[in-house]
Design a protein around this ligand. Structure first.
Ligand SMILES: [Zn+2]
Ligand SMILES: [Zn+2]
Ligand SMILES: [Zn+2]
Length: 259
């Protein structure tokens, strides 16, 4: 199984429009962060977790040529507003399965009303064809097992996902004990770490590192990073096995047992 970090940035992306700070002006490519998403490739199956406004550019930049399903963590704008770009895949293969908790799917129906209404034709290139599937427990996509794990994004309950010994936990400010226990024994964890200062709905760097120390995955990568942290400032300064993710990072993981 191969994970590609399509985007490692927070909702504004980095650089932030019109910002002159040293991170936004950095020439280190690792400081250019598009909105947060990953692609999971297992055998012939490719799954996107979230659809950012940069989905098309992310797929092109990373050479991802097919898509079999989308899985949503939650409904915030930085995680959903590239959904229209999956049209190219539904044109080739038919309706694309889209997984999310009921509240997330309701938001998609409102935010993309033209996709779901015959009365609202899309001018131009047509509409994506989607097959919405409610997540209310573990599910499989072409044999790849997904375990949703509830985490808290401020007051909003959202879904992290565990796939075998890999877990993707973005947009998290608090993880309760029951969910922590389901995140133990990981090979690879990708975890939210917005910035060094605390934030009401996201882990700070210190909170993310404390969570990693508790969970003890073999490797951990930090994501959803804003323009207050310069990648190079942390080279060699993070605990062993922990690194900042960056756009285009590829991580190889043993395949989960196919059921
Ligand atoms: Zn900046
Ligand atoms: Zn969010
Ligand atoms: Zn976000």
């Amino acid at each position: 199984m191969r994970i590609t970090v399509l985007g490692s940035g927070t909702s504004n992306g980095v650089p932030v429009i019109g910002c002159d700070c040293r991170v936004c002006q950095s020439d280190d490519p690792r400081d250019r962060r598009t909105r947060p998403s990953i692609a999971i490739e297992a055998g012939e199956t490719t799954i996107a977790v979230d659809t950012t406004p940069e989905l098309r550019l992310q797929f092109l930049a990373n050479g991802i040529r097919r898509l079999d399903a989308v899985v949503y963590t939650h409904e915030h704008a930085d995680h959903i507003y590239g959904l229209d770009d999956v049209r190219v895949f539904s044109m080739r293969r038919g309706p694309l399965p889209v997984y999310g908790r009921a509240r997330v799917l309701d938001t998609l129906r409102r935010a993309f009303a033209y996709i779901f209404s015959d009365a609202l034709p899309r001018a131009g290139g047509g509409k994506p064809s989607l097959d919405l599937r409610v997540v209310d427990g573990p599910f499989e996509i072409q044999g790849v097992p997904f375990e949703p794990i509830v985490v808290w994004h401020g007051q909003l309950a959202i879904d992290a996902y565990r796939i075998g010994d890999f877990a993707y936990v973005t947009d998290v400010g608090r993880i309760d004990d029951a969910s922590m226990d389901r995140l133990r024994g990981l090979d690879v964890l990708i975890l939210d770490a917005l910035r060094e200062a605390r934030h009401p709905t996201h882990f700070s760097l210190a909170e993310a590192l404390a969570t990693i120390e508790d969970l003890r995955p073999r490797r951990a990568f930090l994501t959803h990073i804003c323009h207050e942290m310069k990648h190079g400032d942390f080279d060699g300064k993070l605990p062993a096995g922990v690194a900042f993710a960056y756009d285009g990072l590829r991580i190889e993981i043993d395949d989960p047992p196919i059921r």
